[in-house]
Structures are given as structure tokens and as C-alpha cells.
Design a binder for this molecule. Structure first.
Ligand code: GLN
Length: 273
């Protein structure tokens, strides 16, 4: 088969044409232009088999990021796969907001709770080079991706495998300037209604408890004592959680709260202190 024949076959089988392009990029290194420039090139049997195998995975609703084992985030690329949450575009807003709020030469402590692939912690360390970043992740499988990404992107961050609510006790003398998290925030009863491809992601990384807000409450109440006087919390929240978030933040006696909107006009980032 030629590149073009494979491309036509892929497009026929898969509804989301971009996913087919992702496959081409990962197997052959070609984007759309590369495909047309190399349309007559014959693929090897091995490449064809790999392509068809991955096409089959896409047909079974496995997320394309798992199929190609990678995801773009900000200006870098993270390895991901089954067992770890796939970083989303919205989370870039959270990272950008923190970068905006601290000085470029900021050299304080940041902790990223529920780190997954390391999107937030790695993103922050790349942009604020002198800062001291701690990433805490509970799932051993997700932690493997975190460690892998730390090494492959050559970022000097501290990765801790553990539960965020017990690890807090291990920071005896350390206080934080920024406590950031994109925790699981889907209501337990909503998980079964999510798209078929999201069902492949770890429930642990999605499930925010009965009202979806379990982690915000518990992070604020357990980590508040670790926040420096001038420090702040930064959370990603669900598109419909801002009102409830106001109540939660108020309950913790925090004085300041701001939201940042996503491209659709929803409050998706909550900064509070
Ligand atoms: N913080 C990680 C991310 O945003 C993982 C989030 C999660 O596991 N819910 O990619």
C-alpha cells in the first residue's frame, strides 16, 4: 500500500479526521502536507500492520492520545497512555495564570497536587526556572508517566508517589507560595454519561465524589496550613462549579477569590488566598 491509500482507508474508517492525522504523524512523521508530498511512497508491511492495529484501537473509542502515546501541552509534548489522565487544553489556562501572577525570577515553592502526567508541574518549572516544584501523584501507573516525562523533558522537579492528604504531613518545615491542583471534579453519578473515549481514562482521575467538589474542600482544609502568608491556591474547576466554589472558599475563611474564564466564557480557574 502507499501512504495515500492508507490515508484514504483511515479517513473512511474513522469519523474524526484529525485522529487519522495524529496516527500518520506518530507512525510516519508526516503531517497533511507530508502525506501529499509522499503520497506514492510504499509503506512497509510492518508500518501497515501498525497503522491498521492503531486504527482498530481508534475504532474501539480508545482516546487518540493513548493510541499515539503522546499529547501536546503548552509548548511541549508529554507521554501518556492507559492509566493516566490526558491533559486538557483548559489546564493550560491554569498554568498561564500562575505564570502571570508570579515574577519570572520567582524562586519560591510550588506544589502540584494530583499531578498525573506532570502537565502542570512541568509546565510551571519550564516557565519559572528558579522555582522549586513538588508534584504529588497517588496512582503508581500515572506516576510512571510523571517520572518518564520529568526525565525526557529534563526538568528538575520533585516527584512524590503518595496520597496528597497524607503527604502533606511530610512537609515539616516547608511552606508553599503556590498550591495548585486540577483534581478529579466529575460528579460520581455523571461519569457513566461521559463520552465513550473518556471511559478509558482512570476513574480515580475523574471522580470528584458525590457533588464533584470533594477534592476542593479537602485540599483547602488540609493544605491551608502549608500556604505562606502571601501565597495562593490555584484550581481548575468544572464549567458549572464556580458558584459552589465560592461557598467552599468562604467556609475556609479565605479572603480573596478570583476566577479566570475559558474560551467559552466559563469560569474555569479559581485563584484564592
Ligand atoms: N493534573 C493533571 C492534569 O491536569 C492530572 C489531573 C487529574 O488526574 N485529574 O493533567
Amino acid at each position: 500500500m502507499t501512504i495515500l491509500e492508507l490515508y484514504i482507508l483511515g479517513k473512511k474508517e474513522i469519523e474524526n479526521k484529525n485522529d487519522v492525522l495524529f496516527l500518520f504523524k506518530s507512525i510516519f512523521g508526516f503531517d497533511r502536507l507530508g502525506i501529499s508530498l509522499n503520497s506514492d511512497v510504499k509503506v512497509t508491511n510492518q508500518q501497515e500492520e501498525l497503522f491498521l492495529n492503531k486504527l482498530e484501537q481508534l475504532k474501539n473509542n480508545i482516546p487518540v492520545q493513548y493510541v499515539v502515546e503522546s499529547v501536546d501541552f503548552l509548548d511541549f509534548n508529554l507521554k501518556c497512555g492507559e492509566g493516566v489522565f490526558i491533559p486538557r487544553k483548559e489546564t493550560e489556562i491554569l498554568v498561564n495564570e500562575i505564570v502571570k501572577k508570579v515574577d519570572k525570577n520567582f524562586n519560591g515553592n510550588i506544589v502540584d497536587l494530583c499531578s498525573g502526567t506532570g502537565s502542570i508541574g512541568i509546565g510551571l518549572k519550564r516557565r519559572i526556572e528558579k522555582t522549586n516544584v513538588f508534584c504529588i501523584e497517588k496512582s503508581p501507573k500515572a506516576f510512571e508517566y510523571l517520572e518518564y516525562n520529568k526525565k525526557s523533558l529534563n526538568v528538575d522537579i520533585n516527584c512524590i508517589l503518595g496520597d496528597i492528604f497524607s503527604e502533606v504531613n511530610n512537609f515539616k518545615d516547608r511552606m508553599f507560595d503556590v498550591i495548585v491542583s486540577n483534581p478529579p471534579y466529575i460528579r460520581t453519578s455523571d461519569i457513566k454519561n461521559l463520552d465513550a473515549n473518556i471511559q478509558y481514562e482512570p476513574k480515580l482521575a475523574l471522580d470528584g465524589g458525590e457533588d464533584g467538589l470533594y477534592f476542593y474542600r479537602k485540599i483547602l482544609s488540609t493544605w491551608k496550613r502549608k500556604l505562606k502568608i502571601n501565597g495562593f491556591f490555584a484550581f481548575e474547576i468544572g464549567y458549572d462549579q464556580d458558584e459552589e466554589m465560592k461557598g467552599i472558599v468562604k467556609n475556609e475563611n479565605l479572603k480573596h477569590m478570583d476566577f479566570v474564564k475559558d474560551d467559552n466564557g466559563y469560569n474555569r480557574v479559581c485563584i484564592c488566598s
